[in-house]
Design a protein. Structure first.
Length: 364
């Protein structure tokens, strides 16, 4: 028999990435996904075409899914996040947690896992009470920082009846996941792709030349399609960082761009952990933060591939949608190695020993 899995608020299906990393094939389980975002669904179906999409969680009847092995969800967190407006359950998105507890009570799965952001104790207590009542067993959340298994600071709470295995620090830092350049292969030959931007620059005599400034690291500030005359190709010279560096940095930030330090303008070092990826937000460092690149002093936000790597996804996992959507999906996603650490239980002999012989025989 196959594992039966129901995923609510499935997003880009990090759960299936975790299963794949653990050695499960799509033929080893049936996977029903409740998701309404068309871009998330597109990414999921690209990577896991056997996924059964079932739509809006508010229309999901848990009684339709008897004998579930796993119910998993990461309910919307905007109302609980310390970086938000603290609307808690008055936020219509965070109120969707109650749909999870409803389905949990209706389906009575063997195992479940709920993830959400670190939040005030009073909000935790409400969730804990509803989860425990729905499952019929006292459940206590466990707090885990993804920094143990990746280069990102990302503290999350997990409510589950699965065993919680201790995690060892893998000592991964942001610098370890940075892209070092982009190589394109065409007709058997490899080419380094250089980024560039056309900029007006003053010459020594006071005149202005339009220069196509080329970056050797494959990155670019912005490209323009405006046709220019007398373009001069030149390598960018980094005499000093173009951001305001703190003389004595306090905390993780080492400076900022623009007129004042804000969430989207603060600059961080790549020698530590990245800031937590976000699904929402604007500005220069929107959704990823800004970082000073080693050796150049150049400041940029993270690329979509780097965001994927920070969350434990394969490179270009989400490349079937726009970059803004890729950032959003990664900001909302589970950290894959954390989910692996929970789901490894399904591969253990202990799990099989608790199952009926017919079910166990289907796996062994």
């Amino acid at each position: 028999m196959k594992l039966k899995i129901l995923s609510l608020f499935d997003g880009g299906s990090a759960t299936q990435c975790a299963l794949k990393n653990l050695g499960f094939d799509e033929d080893d389980y049936t996977y029903h996904a409740s998701e309404i975002d068309q871009y998330c669904i597109k990414v999921t179906q690209k990577n896991f075409p056997n996924t059964i999409q079932i739509g809006d969680v508010q229309k999901v009847n848990g009684h339709d899914y008897p004998d579930l092995d796993l119910l998993i969800a990461g309910s919307p967190c905007q109302g609980f996040s310390f970086s938000g407006k603290q609307l808690n359950f008055n936020d219509p998105r965070s109120k969707l947690f109650f749909e999870f507890s409803r389905v949990l009570g209706e389906s009575k799965p063997r195992y479940f896992l709920l993830e959400n952001v670190n939040m005030k104790q009073e909000y935790q207590d409400v969730i804990t009470e509803h989860v425990s009542d729905a499952f019929g067993q006292e459940i206590t959340p466990v707090k885990i920082n993804s920094a143990l298994v990746t280069g990102q600071n990302r503290v999350r709470l997990y409510w589950t009846n699965l065993p919680v295995n201790p995690l060892e620090d893998r000592n991964i830092f942001l610098r370890d996941i940075l892209e070092q350049g982009v190589v394109k292969e065409e007709k058997g030959k490899k080419y380094m792709i250089f980024g560039g931007a056309i900029r007006g620059r003053y010459n020594e005599d006071g005149s202005i030349s339009q220069r196509l400034e080329v970056r050797r690291d494959g990155k670019s500030n912005a490209l323009t399609t405006v046709q220019k005359d007398n373009v001069v190709v030149s390598e960018i010279v980094y005499e000093k960082p173009y951001y305001k560096r703190y003389d004595n940095p306090k905390g993780a930030s080492i400076g900022y761009v623009g007129n004042s330090p804000k969430q989207a303008t603060r600059v961080y070092s790549v020698e530590g952990k990245s800031q937590c990826l976000l699904a929402l937000g604007g500005g220069q460092g929107a959704k990823t933060g800004l970082y000073e690149m080693p050796d150049t002093g150049y400041v940029r936000k993270l690329t979509p591939v780097e965001a994927e790597k920070l969350q434990g996804f394969p490179k270009n996992y989400s490349d079937c949608v726009s970059n803004s959507r890729r950032y959003q999906i990664m900001g909302n996603a589970f950290t894959v190695p954390i989910i692996e650490n929970f789901l490894v239980y399904f591969k253990s002999e202990q799990m099989f020993d608790k199952m009926e012989g017919e079910y166990r025989a289907g796996f062994l």
